[in-house]
Design a protein around this ligand. Sequence first.
Ligand code: ATR
Length: 279
Amino acid sequence: MKELYAVIGDPIAQSMSPAMHNDLFQLYKINAHYHALRVESVNLADAVKGLKAVGISGFNVTIPHKVAIMPLLDEVDPLAKSIGAVNTVKNENGRLIGYNTDGSGYLKGLYADLPSPGNKKTLIIGAGGAARAIYFTMAHEGVKSIDIANRTPEKAETLRLECPYEVETEVLSLNQAEENLGDYDLIIQTTSIGMAPALESEPLKLHNLKSDAFVSDIIYNPLQTKFLRHAAEKGAKTQNGLNMFVYQGALAFEKWTGIFPDVERMKQTVMKQLGGSIC
Ligand code: ATR
């Protein structure tokens, strides 16, 4: 019988995860199928019980369930617990264990493009769920100093205070970050600013950007935000959010199957799905 995998969320119709994982199951000759399942928030507890009852092998969790799912699982791994969100669940001998591969996927995808990650003065823009996963994971991996700029600096301060791993952090307003941008070698844009359809917005101006900085934006629709375009025009190396999406999926696939998959092929699958409608 085919093994069962899924992604649960609401909405879910646009998810690119089924195409990505089903292609990998075929590639590695694994007799499994990955479904997109729309689960409304009121039904989340019943859905998790049902998935466990039918013996699902693993599933991804997306908006709006990444936080709400935590108490419904048998166990949550410590990093996911500190991030406060689960995006990957594995059925281990009948017990559903929650993980977070968003931050680790981001970092693996970043390091794939960043030649020498050590000693980079780093700025994260944003203090929402994605920023939290990236900031905590970077601190967990031993990055020594990471500053955070946010429209609401209090939220960045909360992230700083709640981080259970040792890291030096200064909190900045977006204006302060704009002024001091020349201090940073690595800038990570984690807000939704610039995502389709609001293509003309950007979180801050890049006048003071160092020309040898590396600028990463977790948005992949569009593939090049206005922010990234301006960074590239200033001579910076840039990276869009495709790596984070693909690597979080690759790490989930590895947790489920023990195989770290072909990420270039995964990127191609996603690009095909994005088709002509990347805006
Ligand atoms: P996610 O979970 O995807 O990270 P989120 O938790 O809603 O999303 O966080 C969104 C982030 O984008 C926050 O840092 C938010 O800033 P605030 O904390 O001040 O709300 C930021 N953000 C969203 N829209 C913004 C805008 N128009 N200008 C500035 N920051 C914005």
